[in-house]
Design a protein around this ligand. Structure first.
Ligand SMILES: NC(=O)c1ccc[n+]([C@@H]2O[C@H](COP(=O)([O-])OP(=O)(O)OC[C@H]3O[C@@H](n4cnc5c(N)ncnc54)[C@H](O)[C@@H]3O)[C@@H](O)[C@H]2O)c1
Length: 260
């Protein structure tokens, strides 16, 4: 199906790579105009150039941890797009570490990007989205925001925080803005989990694909990992009119690894 987002004006943070890039591509295919915002200007420029044949896309450099930059992003993206109907707060950092060992700088970075960054973007875009009406905010959480995994206490805290914020904003910004979260599982083809499989392959031998497949068979009810496109499908659905009665949800896209 295409055309489910015709006329929609979307901003995707962290859109230069990984899941964010897949969401930007899917939104373009569905007819939206897209601005990708990313701290990595070179990657954002590359992604926008590669996706320009699909639809109307541009990029804006932005560090989501700095309110001056998120405010400038909101102003400039609204100017380019003529308003903003859809905001995907996807920019994020990974970070494993035992609680006894994780360095303070890593804790600060995770809180700054994964939690404060989402808050600052929500703050910067809220009024424009209230003005637009029929708007949608999607916040990227994680299965780690719902279930415990060793070495993911700080990352999990940021992702649980995103869920709390999403639910509160689903009330505060209603009825003009629907606010939902997505909780991806383990992504096999791009992004931070994929880099994790690669690192394990480098350390332990064996291909990243076979390590990932073994993990999936042991740990995931559907016995497979997810792709960035699976997350993008969920982001299209939540942004579309098909989801018009859905707000305050935290949609699991993880093959059943978390069920609630
Ligand atoms: N990959 C997975 O398996 C997985 C699972 C669950 C949740 N997630 C979440 O999905 C989101 C995307 O992850 P991904 O795997 O695509 O990661 P990724 O590292 O491929 O992409 C993250 C993007 O965010 C950008 N970014 C980082 N810090 C930023 C900042 N301060 N300001 C603006 N942009 C910044 C990066 O430059 C990058 O383009 C993250 O929020 C992540 O926590 C990923």
């Amino acid at each position: 199906m295409t055309g489910r987002m015709t006329g929609r004006r979307a901003v995707v943070t962290g859109g230069a790579s990984g899941i964010g890039r897949a969401i930007a591509a899917a939104y373009l295919r569905e007819g939206a105009a897209v601005v990708i915002a990313d701290i990595d200007a070179a990657a954002a420029d590359r992604a926008a150039a590669e996706l320009s044949s699909v639809g109307t896309i541009s990029w804006i450099g932005c560090d989501v941890t700095k309110s001056a930059e998120t405010q400038a992003l909101a102003t400039e993206s609204a100017r380019r797009l003529g308003g903003v109907d859809v905001l995907v707060n996807n920019a994020g950092l990974s970070g494993r570490g035992l609680i006894t060992e994780i360095p303070e700088e890593r804790i600060d970075a995770l809180l700054a990007v994964n939690l404060k960054g989402v808050i600052l973007c929500a703050q910067a875009f809220a009024q424009a989205m209230l003005d637009a009406g029929d708007a949608v905010m999607i916040n990227m959480s994680s299965q780690a925001g719902k279930r415990g995994w060793a070495e993911l206490s700080v990352y999990g805290a940021t992702k649980a925080g995103v869920l709390g914020m999403s639910r509160a904003l689903a009330v505060e910004l209603a009825p003009a803005v629907r606010v939902n979260a997505i909780c991806p599982g383990y992504i096999s083809d791009v992004g931070m989990a994929w880099r994790g499989w690669q690192a394990r392959s480098d350390n332990e031998g064996g291909s990243a694909a076979s390590i990932a497949e073994h993990f999936a068979q042991e740990n995931i009810p559907l016995q497979r990992l997810q792709s960035a496109a699976d997350i993008a499908n969920a982001a299209v659905f939540l942004a579309s009119a098909e989801a018009r009665e859905i707000t305050g949800a935290a949609l699991n896209v993880g093959g059943g690894v978390v069920m609630d």
